[in-house]
Design a protein around this ligand. Structure first.
Ligand SMILES: C[S@@+](CC[C@H](N)C(=O)[O-])C[C@H]1O[C@@H](n2cnc3c(N)ncnc32)[C@H](O)[C@@H]1O
Length: 258
């Protein structure tokens, strides 16, 4: 669980970069998804899982979507409610979360799925998402690519003249530990320990498919909106793509199997 200090500075220290980037990709992709046959699913109602400070929810709302968010951390949700007072937010665990109603789009960004340390829990999240989508609805999320986020020496990032972040990624096997120290003029403000788990893209794709989804895009970008990818195409991508983060877009069938 993130500390309240970390949640308060999450946006100010630039951690909101990823949901902003993801928001741009998502808006372009949704446009593209509708274009080919002119008959793509109309997206209206959206849910952002593990929404953090609510950045992606804010972008979706600004672009006319009906959106709600949820996060395990009450401190994150306090920030989200402060930032976007018009958006409904829940504090909940996405492993057991069953929101009311159904959605056209469910998102989950900022390697939030890698915060789930048990495979069975991640599978349960995928099942929950499937159940909370309308037929034909989309699930778009990102996850860490193990090959590009390799544990190593500590490194430092100057956020501003006064604020410096010291980061170290360590890990064993598929577990990774991110240690962040935040210093203000050399004095320690707070330390954060984040534990994550790497999932192989093949495992993620198999799990998503096992829940009933078809995969329409998977890789370092959200740009393969050309129809459902085959198992072979996905394996080829897993061998070629080099990007610290992969994005997967999946679709629930228009007609649910009997
Ligand atoms: C790196 S942050 C990403 C936040 C936001 N999605 C973004 O892109 O900035 C990961 C988020 O996952 C949330 N989280 C971790 N485990 C969760 C769970 N089981 N259920 C809901 N949220 C969870 C954390 O509280 C945190 O806000």
């Amino acid at each position: 669980m993130y500390s309240s200090s970390f949640c308060k500075v999450y946006d100010a220290f630039g951690w909101n970069y990823f949901p902003m980037y993801f928001g741009e990709l998502l808006l372009a992709w949704m446009d593209e998804e509708k274009r080919p046959a002119g008959s793509g699913r109309q997206i209206r109602r959206c849910l952002d899982l593990a929404c953090g400070t609510g950045v992606l929810c804010g972008i979706l709302q600004e672009n006319g979507f009906d959106v709600q968010g949820m996060d395990l951390s009450a401190d994150m949700i306090a920030e989200a409610r402060k930032n976007y007072p018009g958006i409904p937010f829940d504090v909940a665990d996405m492993v057991t979360y069953h929101p009311e109603g159904r959605f056209d789009l469910v998102t989950c960004t900022g390697d939030a799925v890698n915060h789930i340390l048990a495979e069975e829990d991640l599978l349960q999240i995928f099942r929950n998402v499937y159940d909370s989508l309308e037929p034909g609805g989309y699930f778009v999320f990102d996850f860490l690519n193990r090959k590009e986020t390799i544990p190593g020496e500590p490194f430092e990032v100057d956020y501003s003249e006064h604020i410096r972040l010291q980061l170290q990624i360590t890990g064993e096997e598929e577990l990774v530990h991110l240690h962040i120290r935040t210093l203000s003029d050399g004095e320690l403000l707070f330390e954060e320990d984040i534990r994550e788990k790497y999932y192989e893209p093949e495992w993620i794709c198999r799990a998503v498919r096992a829940c009933g989804f078809s995969i329409i895009s998977c890789g370092g970008a959200l740009d393969h909106a050309a129809g459902s990818l085959t198992e072979e195409e996905l394996s080829a991508l897993a061998g070629q793509e080099s990007s610290a983060t992969w994005i997967l877009a999946a679709q629930k069938p228009e007609q649910e199997p009997c």
